[in-house]
Every structure is written in structure tokens, then in C-alpha cells.
Design a binder for this molecule. Structure first.
Ligand code: SF4
Length: 604
């Protein structure tokens, strides 16, 4: 979704004007640019606004004519850098671990070699000329692209839906084109815009040094070179190409900045079509819960279900944890509620309601953005690296609630203070990379609760943090829930973390909820389902088994398209009965909830 900021408009309009000049200038000014007037090195005059060069040719006409070659070279170099870099950076994430490790090391090695030196080496090998210059700059810029693409792809490659696609055996090429590249396309577009400005400067630098375009051809860099010879006696000659390079670079920067604003993950929500299949464990929605989910399924285009018939409620002020191994569908469940599923992944539900907001239809985007706050797992990839913190934190206030800039800033400062971020005024002026990991996560929480959402979805918010910061972030979420009464859905693979924060816990396995219980039962060891008990046995904090060797759960969860008949946990379950492999386990009431297990039915 493109957001038409004034900067983006100005950048695109300006670049369009320059492109038109590049198109028509050789036609209208080509002759004037070559004409030898006999008046060499004249200063600016009415006849020659930027004076003349050593052969008496009009500098303004030559600057305008040089636009076409300069733009073509810049576009070509940017395309080469982008293509090589993006392919290299993304491909390492669809290969095996060894190839990936070698690829990442290679990229690191390439990045450590200064781009300018690399460009000079390539240019020296290929010889002077426009083609060599374009190749040199394209190759020299590609490692930076590869590194950034690899970083961006890494953040996507770890997501549940990619793990699921891998489990499904999706081939690497499809994994690349369907799952990785579409999800990093927006930041890459931003990078391409900014790289355009960089390659323009680098190409001009090569021509300026005499390694780029050779006479009789000329680009802005070559004109700058000749203009510099008379910089003290006739500065006007250097002004034309210098201004052209600067203005074009700044306009490309405007476009990159504007696209970056549109790429902000907090504003890029996509609607997911939804309609209703059968609820698996549904009581009727009595309207009392803040969030009511009945029969939620999330499916791949081929119909394979990643989440299958999930039903649950979240009441006002309640923290509900969703726990399970990677690929269990917990994050997809939460993202389906927030309507943030990746392209091509479809969700359906009999009921999907937040307060009076029906999420099964085309929900009001403004209400969705203001009533659901999201804290992502990795704040370093959730904040746009190209934008200052202020712009990203106040985005929802400014855009959806029309809060004036000054008031939005005041509230952002207060929110950062409330989550313990030091020097909030300064932080707002900084870019994400200038903040520590813990501080970024605090800022993300401040950003998520700034508009006072009714529901906060925290998707593994502590996984990327060290233990000390993890505890601080959990305290913070606890405080927000206590003081503001914000309901939360807290996703984690760590049942210990869930048990320390939440009021109620949903345990998911292979896309389904297998047990729903209160945290009191969980802590008291009254979990009923063998899978929940296995998770607890592998977690020392709740079971008190901190000194011994932790239990592990043998085997792996089944791929969504290869779920066994009966209970999906049966191949790993030490208590499995013959019936477990034949029929779906029934739902059995437990102390404070329910669990789906044949064993419990036998015992009841
Ligand atoms: Fe184990 Fe059977 Fe219960 Fe599944 S239904 S968890 S296999 S006992």
C-alpha cells in the first residue's frame, strides 16, 4: 500500500521531470551542446546561462543532454546491483544450513571489502568506458544489497508460515518467490530507490576520475571533471552537473523515504477474506467475550489447513497464552485475528469478533489498526530501518485517529517514558538501529499501546531477547494488563513464560488446540493432555526440575499435509492407545477447561 507523502510526491514528480529532460534534451539541445562557438571558457551570460567550456560549447545544453546517459547508466548499475544482491541474499535462505552458512560468510567477506575500491578494481580490469563503469558500480554495490536482503530474508525465514512451507516440502524456487521475496519486497524497493542515489554518485565519481564515460561521450561526472579545471575562474561550468547530481540524488532519497513510510509494517495491513466453516470446540458466542473465535481455519492455496477449527474467547482484561512448537499454528492463529496473514494464505471462521467489530467481513481498517495492537517477536525487523522512531510510533495516531503532530509526539514521549525508555525525546529522533534490542522492544510495546487498543497481540515478544530483558518485558506487559485492563493474546513456544504471565493457556499442536486450561491448573501440574505434560516436563521453571536433565519430546510434529489419522500427537505420545491412530480424540472436560484425548475419555 503506497502512502502518498509530500516527500514521495515531490520525489516522483521531480524524477519524472528529469526523466523527461533525459528523453527530449538530446533532441532539442543536442546541436547546441556540440556547437563550437569560439568563445571558450566564458562565464555565465544571457546567451550561455552556465557559460561555455574549453571548446566554447554551451555548458547548460551539455548538462541537459548528459541527463539521458547518466540516468541510463545509473538505472543499469542499480538493476545489476539489485539483481545480483537480492538473488544472492535471498537464495542463501532457501538452501541447506551448510550452503547458507558458506553463503553468508561469503557475503560478509564481500561487504568487508570497500565498495569504492572494488569498483575501481573492476573498472581497472574492464577498462574505461560506460559499460565497464556500470558493471563496476553494479558489482561493487551488490554485496550491500546481498547483506541487507539476507538480513530481511532471515526475519521472514524464521516465521511460522515459512517453517510450515518447508515442512510441506515447497521447492526452493517457490519458497523464494512465494514466501520470501513478496514479504521483503517493500523494504527492497526502498533500498533500490536509495541505491539509485548511491550509484548515481559513484558513477559520477568514476567519470570524474576519468575511469567512466570517455570523450566524445559525456555524463554529469565527466562534465564535472572538465568544469573543475576552471572552478576558481569560472565556477559556473561546474555548477550545472553538480546541481544535477545533487538534485537527482536528493529526489531519489525522497522517493525512498516515501516508500519506506508505506512499507511500515504497522500500516501495511492486508485484508484476508473470511467466511465460516465448522467450529471444532465451540460453545455459542454469547457476546460477553471481547474476542470470540469460532472454527478458525487458515489454509494454503491448495487447501492444506495450517490452522484447523480453532475456537477460543478472550475476555476484557484477560491474558490468554497460546503455546506450542514451531509450526503448530499459534502465530498464524493470532495473525488471522489481526488479519495480517501473508498473501495467498486464507482464513475462514464461523465467528471472528472483536467487541462489536466483525472480523469475518471487510473490517474497517482504521478500527482494526486502533483496536488491535501488535508486538512482534523481533523489533529490529518490525521497525523500518529507514525511518526515525517518531514517525513509526505515532503512525496510527496520526493516520487513523487524526491526532495533531504535536499532540501525537507528546503522547509518544509519555508512552516511551511509561515503558521505561530513557531520554524519550532523543529516542524519537533516532533510527531503530540506534536503540538496543531491549529498548526497541519497549518502544514497540509503547507504539502498540499508544492508541489504547482493546486487544494486544504479542507474538513471541521475548524470544529474541536475553533473559534479563525478557523478564523486564514480561513485567511491562503484566503492568499494562493490570493498569490499563488491556486484554492480550500472548504467543510463545515456552510454556514456562506463558505460565508466568497468562491467566489462561491454549496448547496447540499440528494446527489444533489440544488443551485449554487455567494457568493455576498449569502451575499446579494439573494439565491433562499428554502433549501439555510433555511440554511441562521439558520446562524447568514450572515443574521445579531445574537441576536435572530436561525431558525432550521425541520426533517432530507432522507436516500439515501429512497429519496422521486420529490423534496427530499419537506417533510421539508415550501413552497412545490403539484407538488413537484410528479416530479423532474426543473433547473431555477437565478441572478448569478441556482437553482432546482418548486417554481422558477412557479414564472418565
Ligand atoms: Fe496420546 Fe492418544 Fe491422547 Fe493423542 S489421544 S494424546 S495419542 S493418548
Amino acid at each position: 500500500m503506497i502512502r502518498w507523502t509530500p516527500g514521495l510526491r515531490a520525489g516522483l514528480i521531480g524524477l519524472a521531470v528529469i526523466a523527461v529532460i533525459g528523453l527530449v534534451a538530446p533532441v532539442f539541445f543536442g546541436e547546441a551542446a556540440q556547437r563550437l562557438t569560439g568563445a571558450a571558457r566564458q562565464g555565465a551570460s544571457a546567451g550561455h546561462w552556465l557559460g561555455t567550456d574549453a571548446l566554447g560549447r554551451d555548458v547548460l545544453a551539455r548538462t541537459l543532454v548528459a541527463t539521458r546517459l547518466t540516468l541510463l547508466m545509473t538505472l543499469a548499475a542499480t538493476a545489476i546491483a539489485g539483481t545480483i544482491g537480492i538473488l544472492l541474499g535471498a537464495l542463501v535462505w532457501v538452501t541447506g544450513p551448510r550452503v547458507r552458512e558458506a553463503g553468508l560468510r561469503l557475503i560478509d567477506l564481500m561487504v568487508s571489502y570497500p565498495a569504492v575500491i572494488l569498483a575501481l578494481v573492476v573498472a581497472a580490469i574492464l577498462g574505461a568506458g560506460p559499460v565497464a563503469a556500470v558493471l563496476a558500480i553494479g558489482v561493487a554495490w551488490s554485496p550491500a544489497f546481498a547483506r541487507l536482503t539476507a538480513n530481511l530474508a532471515a526475519s521472514v525465514a524464521g516465521r511460522d508460515f515459512v517453517a510450515t512451507a518447508r515442512l510441506l516440502g515447497v521447492p526452493p524456487a517457490r519458497l523464494l518467490t512465494r514466501h520470501l521475496l513478496p514479504n521483503i519486497a517493500e523494504p527492497l524497493l526502498v533500498l533500490l530507490s536509495l541505491a539509485f542515489a548511491g550509484t548515481l554518485t559513484a558513477l559520477s565519481g568514476l567519470s570524474f576520475l576519468g575511469l567512466g564515460v570517455q570523450p566524445p561521450s559525456y555524463d554529469w561526472g565527466a562534465l564535472l571533471n572538465t568544469g573543475l579545471e576552471t572552478i576558481y575562474t569560472n565556477p559556473a561550468e561546474a555548477v550545472g552537473p553538480a546541481v544535477a547530481i545533487t538534485v537527482t540524488g536528493v529526489l531519489a532519497g525522497f522517493v525512498g523515504d516515501g516508500l519506506a513510510a508505506g512499507a511500515n509494517p504497522r500500516t501495511g495491513r492486508r485484508a484476508v477474506p473470511a467466511s465460516g466453516p465448522v467450529a471444532r470446540e465451540a460453545g455459542d458466542d454469547d457476546g460477553e467475550a471481547l474476542l470470540a473465535v469460532r472454527g478458525l481455519t487458515v489454509s494454503l492455496p491448495g487447501g492444506v489447513r495450517l490452522v484447523d477449527g480453532v475456537s477460543f474467547d478472550v475476555h476484557a482484561g484477560e491474558i490468554v497464552g497460546i503455546v506450542g512448537e514451531s509450526g503448530s499454528g499459534k502465530s498464524l492463529t493470532a495473525m488471522a485475528v489481526a488479519r495480517l496473514l501473508p498473501d495467498g494464505v486464507r482464513s475462514d471462521a464461523a465467528t471472528l469478533r472483536l467487541g462489536d467489530l466483525d472480523l469475518t467481513g471487510r473490517a474497517d481498517q482504521a478500527r482494526l489498526a486502533t483496536e488491535i495492537g501488535i508486538v512482534y517477536q523481533d523489533p529490529s525487523s518490525s521497525f523500518n530501518p529507514a525511518l526515525r522512531m517518531e514517525r513509526q510510533i505515532v503512525e496510527v495516531l496520526r493516520r487513523h485517529l487524526r491526532v495533531p503532530r504535536r499532540e501525537a509526539r507528546r503522547r509518544a514521549v509519555a508512552a516511551l517514558e511509561s515503558v521505561g525508555v530513557s531520554r524519550p525525546e532523543l529516542r524519537l529522533r533516532q533510527h531503530p538501529h540506534e536503540l538496543s534490542g531491549g529498548m526497541r522492544q519497549r518502544a514497540m510495546i509503547a507504539s502498540a499501546v499508544l492508541q489504547e487498543p482493546r486487544l494486544l497481540i504479542a507474538d513471541e515478544p521475548t524470544t529474541a531477547l536475553d533473559v534479563t530483558v525478557q523478564a523486564e518485558v514480561l513485567d511491562l506487559l503484566r503492568g499494562i494488563n493490570r493498569d490499563q485492563g488491556t486484554a492480550m493474546v500472548f504467543i510463545s513456544h515456552d510454556i514456562g513464560v506463558v505460565g508466568s504471565l497468562c491467566h489462561r493457556v491454549l496448547v496447540m499442536y499440528a494446527g489444533r488446540v489440544v488443551e485449554d486450561l487455567t494457568v493455576d491448573d498449569l502451575r499446579a501440574g494439573r494439565a491433562a493432555h499428554p502433549y501439555t505434560r510433555a511440554l511441562l516436563a521439558a520446562t524447568p521453571r514450572l515443574t521445579g526440575e531445574g537441576t536435572g536433565e530436561l525431558a525432550t519430546i521425541p520426533g517432530r510434529p507432522p507436516a500439515p499435509d501429512a497429519r496422521p489419522a486420529g490423534c496427530a500427537f499419537a506417533p510421539r505420545c508415550p501413552l497412545a492407545l490403539p484407538v488413537c491412530a484410528e479416530s479423532e480424540p474426543p473433547t473431555v472436560r477437565t478441572g478448569t477447561g478441556w482437553a482432546a484425548c482418548h486417554l481422558l475419555e477412557e479414564a472418565s
